[in-house]
Design a protein around this ligand. Structure first.
Ligand code: LFR
Length: 477
């Protein structure tokens, strides 16, 4: 993404200059990220951005999904392909780690929900492996890309807060947790915060990409969700957000963590945001459920068109059968329509009918999960919510936005789709002195320059309460 920020921060513009596929690869039973293909995509993108900007870029910021990492040896060489957080290596690991440090204590120290793929569990799954034994450095994915581009190592804090090794109150490592679970914190380079300098593009990168130096790299909210929440175009407080893409991350921005046993049991996490904020949210499976259905329905490598399916789904009465879209049983890839149908049967509901019925079931289930997350976050944090902002790829899905408004019984503001890139660019622009002020200032530039959709709740919220009851005896994982 090439961003342009008007001096004074009046407007922010984004142009997509390059898009590349992110295709994980299964090798000998392990699901890996193809990290060099991703890095090549980054270089191609920088080259194209430079071409359109006359060879000069004022800065670069990097964000990606969280928790995953590369391990380096003493010479700085990557020791293996980073493993995908959806890989099965962490199955049962949280329970094993829980015998060393009780889950209640771990939550009290980190405020982080025990999702199976948290970095701390991935490291525990690797305990004693030759790779971990040889490792001298651990770089989270955006930090790894940053290291390759600049030669400078660092651990960006918002992403570090998803490792399960950070105390959200201090913004520093939770040393007693690391010690109890046997993680060597010396693997992590020093922490840096969004806005901190993170080096300059290396000469070889400049020449490979046809750029004129120096090009500074700035730490941003390198966790995509941290950047996406910066890009929420809220014009006041009292807002909840749903960052929807492969995941739906639904919750509140708070001035500090809420670490309570009730929150732990309800599956809420405290992730660190830009400017010392906390995202109090729940991970919901998100459009992954739909992506996996489409992948399953592909014929000759061709997925069915989503547009007509959404139209048909919108015409169905709803909410129909629903599943718990927060349930970890949907984490792994493969066989999604059958798994969703089985979950409907288990809770005594009919199976969704046909492909449109399945699409509707996924969207009803997501809307329901958004409703529950927003309402429970507000209750647990003692906050009031007057509007829900849907940002990320799902903001383009009008049916999802409308159902979310209906289920929440609140107005939904939809967009921008590229909230994470906007948040990334604005934090860079502020570090460079082009924009001044806090998050509300950055958000007003987004609100002023992006086209947003608005959805008013329809119908009776009681139908959503009834839908919630249909799956509540399943329990929340
Ligand atoms: C969204 C996201 C979520 C995180 C998940 C795994 O892209 O970053 O916030 O829980 O991916 O890293």
């Amino acid at each position: 993404m090439l961003g342009r920020v008007a001096a004074g921060g009046g407007g922010v513009e984004l142009v997509e200059v390059h898009r590349f596929p992110n295709r994980p690869v299964r090798v000998a039973g392990t699901l890996y990220w193809d990290v060099l293909a991703l890095y090549r995509g980054v270089l191609d993108g920088l080259r194209e951005a430079g071409r359109r900007a006359g060879g000069r870029l004022a800065g670069v910021g990097i964000d990606s999904w969280a928790v995953d990492f590369g391990l380096l040896d003493a010479s700085g060489a990557l020791l293996g392909n980073p493993v995908h957080y959806r890989d099965g290596r962490t199955v049962g690991v949280a329970e094993r780690v829980g015998r060393r440090l009780a889950p209640e204590e771990m939550y009290r120290a980190t405020g982080l929900r025990a999702l199976p793929f948290n970095t701390v569990y991935q490291l525990a799954a690797m305990e004693g492996s030759p790779q971990l034994t040889a490792a001298r450095r651990l770089l989270l994915l955006p930090d790894l890309v940053s290291y390759w581009l600049t030669g400078v190592e660092g651990t960006e804090l918002t992403n570090a807060s998803t490792t399960g090794l950070v105390d959200p109150r201090t913004g520093d490592w939770a040393r007693e947790v690391a010690e109890a679970v046997g993680v060597d914190l010396g693997l992590f380079p020093p922490l840096r915060r969004p806005g901190d300098p993170a080096g300059e593009l290396l000469p070889e990168v400049l020449s490979d990409c046809g750029l004129t130096g120096p090009v500074p790299v700035t730490a941003v909210g390198s966790h995509d969700t941290a950047s996406a929440v910066v890009g929420v175009p809220a014009t006041g407080d009292g807002f909840a957000y749903v960052a929807t893409g492969t995941w739906s991350l639904a919750g509140l921005e708070l001035p500090g963590p809420v670490v309570s046993e009730a929150g732990r049991l309800a599956g809420f996490t405290n992730e660190l945001g830009v400017d010392g904020t906390v995202r109090y949210l729940r991970n919901i499976m998100g459009l992954w459920l739909l992506q996996e259905c489409l992948r399953e329905w592909a014929e000759g490598g061709e997925e069915p068109a989503l547009g007509p399916l959404l139209e048909e789904a919108a015409a169905l009465p709803g909410p129909g059968p629903v599943v718990d879209a927060g349930d970890g049983e949907f984490l792994a890839p493969g066989g999604m329509p059958a798994r969703i149908a089985a979950a409907c049967r288990r809770s005594g509901q009919p199976e969704p009918e046909g492909r449109a019925g399945m699409v509707r079931c996924v969207l009803d289930s997501l809307a329901l999960a958004h409703r529950e997350a927003v309402a429970e976050a507000a209750r647990l944090a003692g906050a009031e919510v007057r509007v829900v902002h849907v940002v990320g790829g799902g903001a383009r899905n009008a049916l999802l936005c409308q159902l979310t408004a209906d289920a929440c019984g609140l107005p939904v503001v939809a967009g921008p789709k590229e909230a994470a890139s906007l948040g990334n660019v604005l934090v860079q622009a502020r570090a460079a002195g082009r924009v001044r002020g806090g998050l509300s200032r950055l958000r007003s530039s987004v609100a002023a320059s992006q086209t947003l959709g608005r959805f008013t709740p329809r119908g009776d919220a009681a139908v959503w309460e009834a839908a919630a009851r249909r799956i509540s005896e399943d329990g929340r994982g």
